[in-house]
Ligand binder design. Structure first.
Ligand code: HEC
Ligand code: HEC
Length: 360
């Protein structure tokens, strides 16, 4: 039944994720070197008990607090402050009724909890809104990866006729130019530029803000060596997740977000209306290929999938087992996996995401 997964292993290697990455800052857990001893000696190590292969576990990574760009200096507070204001400002939409936060509610883990999002004039788009938390660390933006960085992505929805529907970039810049508070804020955020109020800098500031949208969780504590951070049931779920091969696709720091994969590898996905990356590349190999979503905070971001077709996490896990692995999971196994996924729910940075006073 699990044979389908052998095909996936090379994919992982091709994505450049080295199997044994250097552990970040923390030393390896004492349990690791002592594992053989622990197996013989009486007091059972929780890690050994859980039966999880430590080499697999090392493919996951604890979360950074800030997902910085490699090619630039970390953002200044003036930049993240400006990005936050823009993120919340409905004046960036044509009818002055939508902001990024309408569909990516930060106090709701960055989603709107709708099957597909409601945009300009109340019309529904065709895709589920993914969370903006950790999006900065993904391989690319959107379900089909059509935008690269979050800085680039942010310039899309403002002009998208089914989202914020502004006419063009010049109109956005002209709108902001009439608000003195923004003129000052752009100068503070980009002090080296003579004319900093540009559409590119709108994207850069929003991106800078998004790079600090992270939610460290009990899962990170566990990865950093706190064996007691997960319950027995959660450990059972984790073991199933690794044994079944879910982590072939959902791996790394974000438990996803690092590759594109076909949805329906084992059994075709029921809804074929949206062909994913094929629509960009027109290559048959990309039919039904989507970005593997991050599973951080996934318990909070229902409904699921690009088409919003699963209402509950139980349903989503069952569908994944069927369509990606060709396995029908029993209710107990689903329950355990869902429990482990719950440990990926992190703490919201409540102060950082507070709605700011908008410039006048
Ligand atoms: C009308 C609802 C709506 C608004 C307004 C909106 N978004 Fe989105 N956002 C979505 C949907 C739906 C998607 C997925 C679209 C797709 O993949 O084709 C998305 C995708 C994203 C992603 C990619 C996440 C990922 O995992 O790939 C980011 C980042 C993002 N939006 C940020 C923003 C920002 C910043 C703004 C404001 C400038 C914004 N959004 C405005 C609905 C919205
Ligand atoms: C072959 C790669 C692959 C495997 C194996 C896989 N997934 Fe997925 N997973 C994906 C892709 C691709 C999506 C997005 C599909 C879509 O939205 O159409 C996804 C979506 C999800 C979602 C929904 C997330 C969201 O925010 O909408 C959950 C939950 C999930 N997977 C859990 C699992 C579990 C649990 C397993 C193991 C039983 C698993 N996946 C195995 C590729 C995979």
């Amino acid at each position: 039944m699990h044979r389908a997964l052998y095909f996936l292993v090379p994919v992982l290697a091709a994505c450049g994720s080295s199997p044994d990455p250097a552990p970040a800052a923390k030393p390896p857990t004492p349990a690791a070197p002592a594992a053989t001893v622990a197996a013989r000696a009486a007091p059972a190590q929780p890690a050994a008990d859980s039966g999880i292969n430590p080499r697999l576990l090392r493919r996951f990574k604890p979360l950074r607090s800030s997902i910085e760009r490699e090619d630039e200096a970390p953002a200044s507070v003036a930049q993240t402050d400006l990005g936050r204001m823009l993120f919340f400002d409905v004046r960036l939409s044509k009818a002055r009724d939508l902001s990024c936060s309408s569909c990516h509610r930060l106090d709701h883990f960055g989603v709107d909890n709708e099957p597909t999002s409601v945009g300009a004039k109340g019309a529904r788009g065709r895709r589920n809104s993914p969370t903006v938390f950790h999006a900065a660390g993904h391989i690319a933006s959107f379900w089909d990866g059509r935008a690269g960085s979050v800085e680039e992505q942010a310039k899309g929805p403002i002009l998208n006729p089914t989202e914020m529907a502004m006419t063009d970039a010049q109109t956005v810049v002209a709108t902001l130019q009439k608000i003195p508070g923004y003129v000052t804020a752009f100068h503070a955020a980009f002090p080296d530029e003579a004319a900093p109020l540009t559409y590119d800098n709108v994207g850069r500031a929003i991106g800078a803000f998004e790079r600090k949208l992270t939610t460290p969780s009990r899962w990170d504590k566990y990865l950093l060596g706190d064996q007691a951070a997960l319950t027995e049931l959660e450990l059972k779920g984790l073991k199933l997740f690794t044994d079944l091969g879910c982590m072939t696709c959902h791996t790394g720091e974000f438990v996803g977000g690092s590759m594109f994969q076909k949805v329906g590898v084992a059994v075709p996905w029921p809804n074929q209306a949206d062909q994913g990356r094929y629509e960009l590349t027109k290559s048959d190999a990309d039919r039904m290929s989507f970005k593997v979503p991050s599973l951080r905070d996934v318990a909070q971001t229902a409904p699921y999938f690009h088409d919003g077709s699963a209402k509950t996490l139980e349903e989503a896990v069952g569908l994944m087992a069927r369509h990606q692995i060709g396995d029908e999971l029993g209710a107990d196994d689903v329950h355990a996996i869902v429990a482990w996924l719950g440990s990926l729910t992190g703490e919201l940075p409540t102060k950082y995401i507070e709605r700011p006073r908008l410039p006048e």
